[in-house]
Design a protein around this ligand. Structure first.
Ligand SMILES: [Zn+2]
Length: 273
């Protein structure tokens, strides 16, 4: 077991060094030199472990161990290789390394698997270089739109398409079929929150994800003479706004409490039957 922990630590340290930022953390933006170096470095590791490795058209990297029996069924695991500016060691790249190390370990311990096991090191998920997100996974599912990228450029004015071709990749060949062999996908990812720490848990299994929505709401009140307008005649937007804010937060807290109770109960049930 100690060897595995050491392998994980060594690999995280190694990969964090590619794009290590003098101002802290790792800065490895999509299609940058460091990004290419990281993808090539992970590829080399997987080659050395005897995986079959390849890139797709846009630069997602794959490392595969063929199954012996269920040849059209693949269990995939991985995460994204790009980082935000000053990104943390465990965001994205940990999921890539965890998948690589787990599959390497399984292969060494148990030989050829029944189903194909495959690592994906996704090109992009952070939107930190170009104003566009999920370029890696969207291409995997055929959801990325080439036309959307036409005017896209980074902060220095480098066009998306030039950066992509500069790194040796191009748009997805849309005549190629999409994959339908993925039977399960697991992404190991740092929580980036405090729940596990506060609850004293090592791992959380995620079965749903927070969906953010943003609204622009206009409240129309009525200005009036403060001294002579009795409370009943006022139409005060700040008051209305404060109600909206407190009621929304109360509602969210109530939902959170009931979800937590639900999970605690179902956990207790699973434990004690
Ligand atoms: Zn991430």
């Amino acid at each position: 077991m100690d060897k595995i922990f050491k392998d994980v630590a060594d690999n995280v340290t190694w990969l964090s060094g590619i794009g290590a930022d003098p101002t802290g953390g790792t800065t490895r933006l999509l299609y940058s030199d460091y990004w290419v170096e990281a993808q090539q470095g992970v590829k080399k590791k997987m080659d050395e472990a005897g995986f079959t490795t390849y890139f797709d058209d846009i630069g997602n990297l794959f490392g595969r161990v063929e199954g012996s029996t269920y040849k059209d069924e693949t269990i995939m695991s991985g995460s994204h290789i790009d980082t935000v500016v000053n990104g943390g060691k465990l965001d994205g790249q940990f999921g890539v390394l965890a998948a690589y190390l787990a599959i390497k370990y399984l292969k060494e311990q148990h030989g050829q698997p029944l189903r194909n096991l495959e690592v994906i090191s996704m090109a992009e998920e952070e939107g930190s270089r170009f104003p566009y997100v999920f370029w890696g996974s969207k291409n995997f599912f055929g959801l990325a739109n080439k036309d959307e990228m036409a005017g896209v450029a980074d902060f220095e004015g480098v066009k998306f398409v030039d950066a992509m071709r500069g790194a040796g990749f191009d748009f997805r060949d849309e005549t190629k079929p999409l994959r339908d062999d993925i039977k399960a996908f697991v992404e190991i990812h740092i929580e980036q929150g405090k729940v596990l720490e506060n609850e004293g848990k090592a791992v959380g299994v995620v079965n749903s994800i927070a969906g953010q929505r943003r609204y622009t709401i206009v409240l129309n009140g009525e200005s009036n003479h403060a001294g002579t307008t009795p409370m009943g005649y006022r139409k005060d937007t700040v008051y209305a706004f404060s109600k909206i804010v407190t009621q929304s937060i109360d509602k969210a807290k109530k939902n959170w409490r009931s979800t937590r109770t639900y999970f605690r109960k179902s956990r207790a049930k699973a434990k004690y039957g």
